[in-house]
Design a protein around this ligand. Sequence first.
Ligand SMILES: Nc1ncnc2c1ncn2[C@@H]1O[C@H](COP(=O)(O)OP(=O)(O)O)[C@@H](O)[C@H]1O
Ligand SMILES: [Mg+2]
Length: 259
Amino acid sequence: MLSVRDLEITFSSQSTTVHAVKGISYSLDKGKTLGIVGESGSGKTVSGLALMGLLPPTALVEGEILFNEENILKANKKRLQHLRGSEIALIFQNPLAALNPVFSIANQMVETICLHHNVSKKEAREQAIALLDRVKITDPQRRIDDYPHQFSLGMCQRIMIAMTLSMKPALLIADEPTASLDVTTQKEILELMDELKDEYKMSMIFISHDLGVVLERCDEVVVMYLGNIVEQGKPKDIFLNPQDDYTKKLIDAIPKIQS
Ligand SMILES: Nc1ncnc2c1ncn2[C@@H]1O[C@H](COP(=O)(O)OP(=O)(O)O)[C@@H](O)[C@H]1O
Ligand SMILES: [Mg+2]
């Protein structure tokens, strides 16, 4: 369903040129999860943003991004907006950046649901409550009228996930979705995402700097280093028989006893 071919991303300003992604290729089948792993600055986020057409105008993007045979890089603004709303969704590291602090959760979820589905406000609210319940927000009938600051960071990420699910995307890009959370909450959110991915039959791109997290839940793994893919394959093969020195370093860095 997704095929990225020779994707190159360059940021140019008057004084500098940053070659952020240097020609990467990978593909992803329906219902599968691809992990992208690599250290900070290796090009994970920008390659994810390219799939959504969300890079700033200063970015030069070359290559092909075929989503169900359609080259996203050739899509016009209107088409991109449609794809972003109903086909491809993104969950960020920081849920607070994605939630609007001045509106209640009900307000934001109902608006999102009404935008994407032909339902009344009352029905949208019912759907929103059911989704909050699904992502394990307790007492959703009451809590839906609260504002983002009344929830913990982990709960905000659950709410973001519920909001994303309301769009029923075919492809979900999760960019370090648990990086801002404490270890226990991280584990809970990762488990929740694993459940939902199967339940909703989504394809997923899971971006992380933690190889252990990626190996555990992905069907295919891509290792990025300084804008290049240095290794790609099945998690088991990468773990048991890494070819690249950088991958070997990442494997050595995985905590030996994982709870
Ligand atoms: N808007 C931008 N303008 C210029 N350079 C950028 C911009 N966004 C990202 N970069 C650069 O692109 C490279 C890859 O960044 P990023 O994809 O965010 O890395 P990662 O997500 O792997 O940490 C970095 O060198 C970063 O500084
Ligand atoms: Mg990033």
